[in-house]
Ligand binder design. Structure first.
Ligand code: NOJ
Ligand code: CA
Length: 733
């Protein structure tokens, strides 16, 4: 498509877009007015993760009966009474806002299995759903949930929910009497049970050993009945269910266990969310310490959702909890992740969670200080930091669930950790450098890390000395903080010395005067006053995927009070396609460009911002298509790959072909399969290629490519027979 055609399309689209005057908020279903919640840009937020059952019992009348409930949480594998009213009470008494927290992530809110599972526990955690369209009565009614959201919003807090699409509850092959046999209900109507599943709404292939992605995705995680998301009723159910919670007002979603569900289906599900009401969504792709998994980055870059940044969290834990690597590991991690994520600012960073040892190793002053330093690192780095409930109270919990999920016993607002969070969360909100900036290492040594974040004039310099015994003398430190006219400028520690830091002075040669960072100290210095600039400064764009006509939100500075234009993929977007414009936020409708990823920029008065890259335009809703090919023989070491004309299947480029296809679980060799995205309703062509272990194409499918028209909605399956292989001359199999 040439530039002229693109322009024409953009104009046509603009003509059909609803005419919303700039600086006007739309009605209830429309975008939020600026200054209120921004549900897709969380860069200025601090999230607080709550295990609902373990926080506050605000309504003893909803506590489950024995044997599911344990008074005073004596048996921590049972329900302990926490509920939505309890969370609400802490919102109202200011516990969260006093700590600077601006978003809550609460447990999966849906109705769960309410029987004890032998040797294990009750469903207090929420990961054993039985009806995704109904609330968990132990947490409250739907009215209680809506009220929680309303009260949170009234106090400036966003509400994220945890949500499960991978599985329902524990089940055992051949044992319908086990638990509830994973019976799944659709708003009270039975949909399926594990042993009575003639249509295959569940997978029945045994437990995964985690040995491959195929094994992980199509087998069962532990004993949790594994949903077949491709089944049309399950697909519809999961999409309808999340819409119901979106309609209840939620502002964000944590998606459980995304590693165990195909990327193709999840992208379709995410597109359904975006089409309904886009909210910040992050998937849990679990990674243990020291595991670097390119597939987690691919998921973050291609699924339309962010991830819980385990790569970040595990490096942080290695340095501040286990101390088996030094501070340079943080620097390396930031470099690697910065190059691997398409949208590093959108990833959700954390110190610990309910599946890990708590970050505090012991209650000694030294270990407490390490936790405080870890907080400083997370709250001044890229991404959105999440604090696990009780970390600010120095809760311990070495060992996995349920030891790391104890009842919250104290709400002391005087702890150093609480104060550190309060100060840094406030800074984060006001600091474009932290929210949108790029990071630069200013000094790194085994025990000391000094880094700077910068977005145009806004600058934040952070120094952490992990050593509990050795002060660090820092001389000649380069910084962008700047001096005052011709004289050195002083910068106070934004932590007010809470962690042993002090003020510094910066000379006009761009260096700080020599200073000593005390043993165990951390300090933060910031320049938040922004010099006036005519140039728009674009910091963030979201959602990162949408159909033509979908609304995109741009956040930054200096956009001006009156509308200019947006350049999307080089195409000017203006007039009615701009739905909102103020100095810090612009919203507009995506132009109808060919499917692909584009850069966006803001232009006003002849000045143009930097570009924000990687916003995907979809041709149509991404449909999850299972492609199955029979009779595809391959020599040992060879694998079969799928390539077609659509971008979701390689756009004709064999190097980008989808594969290796699978051949072990749902179908077995010589049948191969892959779940891929194609645009709903699209006519596509595809064929198969064989590659050797080095990734070289050794054979192509003979004959004309297969032709297929995708349905207009839902999921689909196409099964073909291989037409034969034509070897590629000179390629070794
Ligand atoms: C990951 C959750 O964080 C974990 O706690 C849960 O048990 C599994 N997914 C299964 O839902
Ligand atoms: Ca209760």
């Amino acid at each position: 498509m040439n530039r002229f055609t693109l322009l024409a399309l953009a104009c046509v689209l603009a003509a059909f877009a609803p005419a919303l005057p700039a600086a006007t908020a739309a009605g209830p279903a429309g975008p939020a007015a600026p200054g209120t919640r921004n549900n897709i840009d969380y860069t200025g937020d601090v999230i607080y993760q709550i295990i609902t059952d373990r926080f506050v019992d605000g309504d003893p009348s909803n506590n489950p009966p024995a044997p599911l409930y344990s008074k005073d949480c004596v048996l921590s594998h049972l329900y302990c009474g926490g509920d939505w009213k309890g969370i609400e009470s802490k919102i109202v008494d200011g516990y969260f806002s006093g700590m600077g927290v601006s978003a809550l992530l609460i447990s999966v809110p849906v109705e769960n299995l309410m029987v004890l599972v032998p040797r294990d526990s009750a469903s207090y955690h929420g990961y054993w759903p039985r009806d995704l369209k109904r609330p968990n009565p132990a947490f409250g009614s739907m009215d209680d949930f809506r009220r929680l959201v309303r009260v949170a919003h009234a106090h400036g807090l966003k509400v994220m929910i945890d949500f499960v699409v991978n599985q329902t509850s524990p089940a055992r092959d051949g044992d319908p009497g086990f638990a509830e046999d994973a019976r799944l209900y659709d708003d009270g109507r039975l949909l399926v049970s594990y042993q009575d599943d003639p249509e295959g709404m569940y997978h029945h292939h045994g437990e995964t050993d985690f040995s491959s992605l195929e094994d992980t995705q199509y087998k069962t995680l532990y004993d949790l009945a594994d949903l077949e998301q491709q089944h049309p009723r399950i697909d519809t159910y999961l999409k309808d269910a999340i819409r119901l919670w979106l309609d209840a007002g939620i502002d964000g979603i944590r998606v459980d266990t995304v590693k165990h569900v195909s990327l193709a289906w999840q992208k379709g599900w995410m597109a359904a969310i975006n089409a309904h009401r886009p909210v910040f969504t992050a998937g849990e792709w679990y990674l243990p310490r020291d595991e670097f998994d390119p597939r987690a980055f691919r998921f973050a870059n291609d699924s339309g959702m962010s991830v819980l940044d385990f790569t970040f969290a595990q490096a942080l834990r290695t340095v501040f909890r286990y101390q088996d690597q030094d501070m340079r590991a943080l620097d390396r991690m930031l470099e690697v992740t910065g190059a691997s994520y398409l949208h590093p600012l959108d990833q959700l960073t954390f110190l610990d969670n309910h599946d890990q040892n708590r970050i505090l190793l012991s209650s000694s002053a030294t270990h407490r200080r390490l936790v405080e330093q870890a907080m400083v690192f997370a709250l001044t780095s890229r991404g959105t930091p999440m604090i696990y409930y009780g970390t600010e109270q120095y809760m311990e919990g070495s060992g996995h669930a349920p030891i790391n999920r104890e009842m919250m016993r104290k709400f002391d607002r005087g702890t150093t950790a609480y104060q550190v969070l309060a100060r840094l969360a406030a800074l984060r909100k006001d600091s474009p450098a932290i929210r949108f900036g790029s990071q630069r290492t200013r000094h790194v040594a085994p025990e000391v890390y000094v880094y700077e974040r910068r977005f145009h004039g806004s600058t934040v310099l952070v120094a952490i000395n992990r050593s509990a015994t050795q002060p660090a003398r820092i001389e000649g430190l380069a910084t962008g903080l700047g001096c005052a006219g011709a004289a050195p400028a002083g910068y106070a520690d934004r932590l007010a010395g809470l962690l042993g830091g002090a003020a510094i002075r910066v000379r006009c040669d761009g260096r700080a005067e020599p200073f000593t960072l005390a043993a165990g100290a951390a300090a933060v210095w910031a320049l938040t006053d922004e010099a006036a600039s005519a140039r728009p400064q674009l910091g963030h764009a979201a959602p990162t995927m949408g159909l033509a006509g979908a609304e995109l939100t741009l956040d930054g500075r200096n956009f001006g009070a009156t509308p200019g234009r947006v350049l999307f993929g080089g195409v000017p977007v203006e007039g009615a396609a701009i739905t909102y414009w103020d100095d810090r936020q612009v919203r507009f409708r995506l132009p109808a460009l060919a499917a692909g990823k584009y850069a966006v920029a803001v232009q006003r008065d002849g000045h143009r911002s930097e570009e924000y890259n990687g916003i995907e335009v979809l041709a149509a809703p991404p449909l999850s298509l299972r492609v199955v090919v029979d009779g595809a023989l391959a020599a040992p070491g060879e694998t079969v790959h799928l390539v077609g004309d659509d971008p979701g299947i390689g756009a004709g480029d064999e190097a980008a072909a989808v594969g290796p296809m699978f051949n072990q679980v749902l179908y077995r060799y010589p049948t191969w399969y892959a779940d891929v995205n194609v645009p709903a309703g699209a006519a596509v062509t595809f064929r198969f290629v064989k590659k050797n272990a080095a990734g070289v194409v050794t054979a192509r499918e003979s004959g004309a490519p297969h032709r297929y028209r995708a349905p207009d909605a839902g999921t689909a399956l196409v099964r073909v027979k291989l037409k034969g292989w034509t070897p590629v001359a000179g390629a070794d199999s």
